[in-house]
Design a protein around this ligand. Sequence first.
Ligand SMILES: Nc1nc2c(ncn2[C@@H]2O[C@H](COP(=O)(O)OP(=O)(O)OP(=O)(O)O)[C@@H](O)[C@H]2O)c(=O)[nH]1
Ligand SMILES: [Mg+2]
Length: 355
Amino acid sequence: MFGKLRDRLDRFKKDTEEELSDGIIKPSNVPSDDETVSADSTSSTPRVIKKGAGKFGKRKKKTNPKKDGKTSEDEEQLKINEKKLDNILWNLETVLLESDVSPEAIENIKKNTRKLLSGRKIKRKDLRKEIESVLKKAIMRSFPVKKFVFDEFIKDIKKPAVILFVGINGTGKTTTIAKMANFIKKKGYSVILAAADTFRAGAIDQLQIHADNIGVKIIKHQGGGDAAAVAYDAVQHAEARKKDFVFIDSAGRMQTNSNLMDEIRKIKRVTNAGYTIFVGDALAGNDMVEQAKKFQEHIGIDGIILSKIDTDAKGGAALSVSIETGKPIMFFGTGQNYDDLLEFNASWFVKHIFD
Ligand SMILES: Nc1nc2c(ncn2[C@@H]2O[C@H](COP(=O)(O)OP(=O)(O)OP(=O)(O)O)[C@@H](O)[C@H]2O)c(=O)[nH]1
Ligand SMILES: [Mg+2]
């Protein structure tokens, strides 16, 4: 999980440590034979990097900076001037771009990093620790919305809470509904599933199997029927029996398919669904972020569940989707079993991309 992002951030920490402790030789504008030119995605100015010299160019030879014997090298305070900060942020941007982090999220993280580092002096011996701590804070602060806490959420809801799960094909909606039903049931609440994917052959049976395994009731019609009618029946049933939750499964649909987008709007309207949750496949990176934005635009979403986090090495989607939609990540799907669901927590996420 997040292996590539972790490796890249590690490389960034090392480069930053070198940048701050050794200084750089100014890159010239014309590359010579032992130089390569790297395109900066945000500026038209090419950066020149000496070959074999890491991100920041060839290092000056280490000098022993002990001053009149009073301060050890380790105690030396290293000042972060604007030039160094620009180099650090440029490198950070590259690392995040490579990890599929979206432009707005990158800007946010860079802005936070700049604030935290600008004009600071850091003791040489604390460099590594400080760089990591700044990065962690910058990423934590870039999550824009109040975090989602299920136990607080449940206190305020009107029952039955009708939750509609949406997303494109195969992202893990049905599996996520089963995991959520399992989670809710273990917490002592009752839930009814609505088999409103009447579109894909086998979808109703798939949900029925999950419902049987978990031990919850399912409301279903014939395949090919009206999805909104199934969802409506499930809500009526839940109201009559004073159930706590109704989870509506829906057919996967591309955000560009206007007929299916109309259908999901209809389901939302007739059930008066209080919550619409976008289920996104973390592996799809920036594509998933774009899908989330489109669903937000077309039908409105209240929260996000990111599935398949267990197979996601890049980590960028998790960093970007909240920032881009302004909606909280509620849960992570971390595998194919019913218990593979994790309530989202920014500290957990940040810990896993560093440790
Ligand atoms: N590794 C992993 N696989 C997952 C996770 N969530 C779902 N899957 C798998 O993803 C595949 C698709 O899951 P579904 O739940 O059928 O996806 P869906 O969005 O309902 O698909 P459609 O109804 O066809 O749109 C299945 O093989 C699931 O087991 C997860 O968190 N981790
Ligand atoms: Mg499904």
